[in-house]
Each structure stands twice: as structure tokens, then as C-alpha cells.
Design a protein around this ligand. Sequence first.
Ligand code: C2E
Ligand code: MG
Ligand code: MG
Ligand code: MG
Length: 269
Amino acid sequence: MEAALQHRSQIEAGLRLALKRDEFELHAQVQVDSDHRPIGAEALLRWRHPERGLVAPVEFIGLAEDLGLIVPIGQWVIERAAAQLAAWQGQALLGRLTLAVNVSARQLHDPGFVAMVRRAVATHGIDPGLLKLEITESAVLNDINEVVGLMQALGESGVRFSMDDFGTGYSSLQYLKRLPLSQLKIDRSFVNDIATDPNDQAIVRTIIAMAHTMNLDVIAEGVETELQRSLLGAAGCTRFQGYLIGRPVPVGEFEALARSLLERRRDAR
Ligand code: C2E
Ligand code: MG
Ligand code: MG
Ligand code: MG
């Protein structure tokens, strides 16, 4: 326990300095449609720790949230994502890709959030419709009115929202229908067992049918096998993300990855 505490306080000290030392980097994981065409990416944060190497978000996001550091760190992520969209703008293939950014509850409830996102969009002159914010059900539970309000405000600016890890939280359909979302993201846990668990298969079908009725698009995360992808496709899913299609890569390598996916697709025909 003492070791765990010591570990935590070391991480904490490092985390406080990480922004100043420019130790964060964005990785991107590709998303494709039923035709294997790249349609977007999810931005995933990594911490390049001077001694520990590349640190995954599970090891520091929770702590950053507890310390309130997620607000400036999240701002850095949005800023970098907007810069990346600006770099892709006008390029064949890359110019129409969406980039999804994960947003913690703590960031959503920060009073400067809407203005910060608008500023990033304006500063980089990007199409706001290409920026997608991933929120979770728990982020909405605290104060749904506040969240609906900020989603509407950003929605008027053209920014879109996706419900991440859908089906794992405690939000009710009563909540869901009030949120101005454009996408549901089926949680990896349902995808994982879709080939072996009839209940998961039924849940996935239901999520997809409901989303389509509500005019939302649906993406499945954590797709690792061809069988999973084909079962998802049979259930009506048309967007996919997961190791089967591509692992997260440093954003600088993303362009090459997206192009190679396109070429493989051409070769397959
Ligand atoms: P998430 O948003 O649900 O992201 C998906 C996670 O699943 C990523 O883990 C991704 O690398 C992993 N993944 C993708 N495909 C597969 C697959 O086929 N199989 C398996 N087993 N895993 C897959 P990662 O990058 O470690 O991120 C973990 C979580 O950390 C994210 O879950 C998100 O909640 C959070 N996170 C990441 N970046 C940020 C950020 O910039 N801000 C905030 N607030 N949270 C972030
Ligand atoms: Mg996500
Ligand atoms: Mg997710
Ligand atoms: Mg997940």
C-alpha cells in the first residue's frame, strides 16, 4: 500500500509538470465504413514519461481528473486535434476525415469549455463538423440540463457529439432522447463477446436499431476479428474501429496508415 501511494505521488508530481515539459502526445486510431474506407479517427492521449516511457491513459487520466489537471490537459488535446484537422484540410482523402476527442465530465462542467472549443475551431479555421466530442453516460448524470445546454451551444457551432462506451453506464433512455448526439459508440465489451454470447448479439442489434430510429449513426469500438466485424455488419453496423482495422498510431504516422488502407482496398478489388 505504501508503494502504491508512493507510485501515485510520483505520477502526480510528474503529471503537474508534463504539460510544461511538453510530454503529451496524441495517437490516432482509424475508423472505417463497411467498404473499409477510412472515415475518421479517434484521438487517444499518451504521456511520454522521461523514465517510464509511453504511459497509457488508464494510468493517469483518473488522477488528472481528481487533481483537476484534466481541464488544462484536455484543452491541450482539443487544441492539438484542431491543429491536426487543419493540417489535413484540403488534402485528398484526409480532408474529409473526422477526428473524435474524448472529453471527461470534469471538462464538460468547466465554465470555460464551450468558449475554449469554439476558440480552437476558430483559431485553426477548421470545419467544426469534423470535430467530434466523445462523452460518456456518467458525464451526463450529474447535471443533464447543463450538459444539454452546452451540447446545444456547441452544436449550433457545428461540433458533433458521440456517446462513448454506450451501454455500460447508468443513463436511462429518458436521458438519451434529450441529448443532441450524432453518434452512439457501442462499447467494446459487447463487441468482444458478440460471436459467443447471444445476449451481447441481441444487445448490439437493439442498440443499432434504436440509434437508427433516433437518426444517430453507430460505430462499434474494439473490433478485433473478422467474425466480429461481419456479425456487427449483419446487425446493421456500418462504422468500425479496433485492432482488426488498425492500432492507434502517433498522429504523424496516421496519414501513411490511412493511405495504405485505401490502397489495400483498391488492390482487393
Ligand atoms: P475509449 O475512449 O473507450 O478509447 C478506446 C480504447 O480502446 C483505447 O485505449 C484504444 O487504444 C483501445 N482499443 C482500440 N481498439 C481496440 C481493440 O480492438 N481491442 C482492445 N482491447 N482495445 C482497443 P486507450 O488509448 O488506452 O484509452 C483508454 C481510455 O482513456 C479511453 O477509452 C478514454 O476513455 C481515455 N482517454 C484517452 N485519451 C483521452 C483524452 O485525451 N482525454 C480524456 N479525457 N480521456 C482520454
Ligand atoms: Mg473514446
Ligand atoms: Mg470507448
Ligand atoms: Mg471503451
